[in-house]
Design a binder for this molecule. Sequence first.
Ligand code: ADP
Ligand code: MG
Length: 405
Amino acid sequence: MKITVQKYGGTSLATPELRAKVCDIIRNSVDDGYNVVVVVSAIGRDKDPYATDTLLNLARSINPLISNRELDYLMACGETISGIILAAQLATLGLETQFLNGEQAGIVTDGNYGDAHILYVNKERIVNALNQGVIPIVAGFQGVSETGELTTLGRGGSDTTASALGVALNADFIDIFTDVEGVMTADPRIVDNARLLNEITYNEICQLAHDGAKIVHPRAIEIAMRANIPLRIRSTFNQTTGTLVTNKMSNVDNIRIINDTIVTGVTYSSDLSQFNISLVKDNEGKGLLVFKALALANISVDFINIGTNDIKFTVPYTLTSKTEAVLKNMGILPEVELGCAKVAVVGAAMMGIPGVMAKVIEALSKKDIPIIQSGDSYTNIWCLIKKEYMTIAIKALHDIFELGK
Ligand code: ADP
Ligand code: MG
């Protein structure tokens, strides 16, 4: 049985015209002999009427202390609406569809409301639908806990739904349809001459996603990568093949350089706060305890530098006061640098390749951009800078590594 799982993002479903394009793609896949499983996100973005953020703000404006359990029920509504709407539109073309919510689609998660992880997939119901020639239209971003509560999977969670289903069904492809042509050398909303990458490795796209490129959720990549199911990032708006995500790295002794370049793309993550804690005097010996306390409070920290005399780390801006409160409880008064952003260059095997870091520093210093903190790994080099320099920094890095068209 040829199976393809197709995930459609919110902007791809926003208008009847766009949904008609989505219906065409599904119709063509059926005509090509594929059994199609469709996963949908909520319609629109930010302030659109059914977007998840709109629903969230509606509830929080009434009661900021609304429980996470109930917030999840509310946030999951957007996908239900878009799923039903798309199913209705597909039915007008004579295709037989069945809407399934997360639970009905067999997505079983842990009980972490708002950011649940998928534990396993009960695929029977979807398989039955496919066997009967029915197209399941699955509400993305939602699942059910083992105690029967509805859960949501966090921002970008529909990508994860699609990947988990693709793996459970051993699909031929997981196709993530979105509003750009595919994975590009930088966010095309910021860099005009960003170039489409026809191929990228799982590792690189994972690194891009972890470093902030919200084109696809990193968890979705990890799930597909483990089962080695081919994943494509494609445009809903035109017929291009998009970006194919492959595992080529593992075949070539980890030294293959994609596109003949060491750097594949530039990415960013904005709105970060940097914490700086002195470990001398009153705070002596508290280093490890800080990270334990933050973990207990469910605050995930990033960009950790541990020195003999101080520790540095960043948290998303939205967690700044929560983090300060945890530290205050421990008698720690940190220095906090608000308004930071991370820019990162990502590539297949850049660690130890001479000159990459030097080029990063050259690009930023030519634009007089101070580097607050930096670090590297096997697949990336990142710098923490002030947010106001972010756009200039991204463009400068994109230019110096000649990534453009
Ligand atoms: P969807 O609603 O389809 O899930 P997202 O907004 O989650 O769409 O992801 C698509 C967006 O990702 C694009 O509109 C683009 O602005 C952004 N993006 C960030 N980095 C990249 C990149 N390197 N290549 C392509 N798109 C990127
Ligand atoms: Mg998305």
